[in-house]
Design a protein around this ligand. Structure first.
Ligand SMILES: Cc1cc2nc3c(=O)[nH]c(=O)nc-3n(C[C@H](O)[C@H](O)[C@H](O)COP(=O)(O)OP(=O)(O)OC[C@H]3O[C@@H](n4cnc5c(N)ncnc54)[C@H](O)[C@@H]3O)c2cc1C
Length: 237
């Protein structure tokens, strides 16, 4: 199995590689499981993430591209004899189809959701643009990045780079705190691989509780500031 990150570049070359190798090709995988017969099944979003497809490759050789952040990290396994450098083919320049005119570093202070260890996400339940600070304060007390559900972004309460979900970032941090997030399928697709999920929602039936490891049925405006105060007191004391 050849696994590649799902990027604009791999979307171009991975299918060609699959054809060259005579392999099955599965794009934009967000999870993988073994079925009863020991066969691999991949899960991927289709139709703009309205549906999730389960894919079972018919060939043993598979090229798959994986959504960045879909899988949590694991400690590396010691296997030096199986790791080898491939290097660049000598004629790589000849095959170059485009010229890179320059590179620019992203501005400092940018949001790095896929690389974050901890994320606190503001859902529509925070209530409005002035209320997002309740999530931002908890994020800062936890040294976490600030995430957002799509309505929070669509309403202009936070910029799009904060969006978590099928049409935003796919993330798998160690800790994901969802404040006032209902848990739509599109949001869950973006964060259900997180190691520990804490959800605060005043609706006990909210679907986010189906993936949460810790669920708090309460008003987030009571819980989040209390948690922030507790963390700040611990830090200073
Ligand atoms: C093609 C497509 C792509 C999409 N992509 C994404 C995506 O990438 N990311 C994404 O997030 N969504 C995406 N969506 C939108 C998605 O379907 C949902 O509409 C969205 O996730 C809902 O956001 P929310 O949970 O913040 O808001 P809501 O569904 O409105 O939920 C708000 C929650 O807050 C709770 N609440 C309210 N007040 C409080 C309070 N004071 N204290 C505690 N809880 C409170 C409510 O009980 C409710 O559960 C997409 C939709 C489509 C069709």
């Amino acid at each position: 199995m050849v696994l590649l990150p799902h990027t604009y570049q791999s979307a171009e070359y991975a299918p060609r590689l699959a054809v060259r190798l005579g392999a099955a090709y599965v794009a934009s995988v967000s999870s993988a499981t073994l079925d009863a017969c020991g066969g691999l099944r991949f899960s991927r979003a289709i139709l703009q993430a309205r549906l999730r497809a389960e894919v079972r490759p018919k060939r043993r050789l598979v090229v798959a591209t994986v959504q960045i952040g879909a899988f949590g990290g694991h400690d590396p396994v010691e296997s030096p004899e199986r790791v080898f450098e491939v290097g660049r083919p000598a004629d790589v320049e000849r095959h170059r189809e485009r010229e890179i005119l320059g590179r620019e570093a992203a501005g400092a202070g940018g949001v790095d959701l896929p690389g974050a260890e901890r994320i606190v996400t503001a859902g529509r339940g925070v209530g409005g643009p002035d209320e997002v600070s309740v999530a931002a304060d908890l994020a800062s007390a936890l040294d976490a990045e600030l995430g957002a559900s799509r309505p929070v972004v669509d309403n202009g309460w936070l910029p799009r780079e904060h969006q978590v979900g099928s049409s935003g970032h796919i993330v798998a941090p160690n800790l994901y705190v969802a404040l006032g997030v209902s848990g739509s399928i599109q949001h869950l697709m973006g964060m259900s691989g997180s190691r520990v999920i804490v959800a605060v929602n005043r609706d006990p039936e909210a679907p986010i509780f189906s993936v949460a490891h810790y669920g708090i049925v309460a008003d987030l405006h009571d819980v989040a500031p209390a948690l922030t105060r507790l963390l700040e007191a611990r830090r200073s004391g």
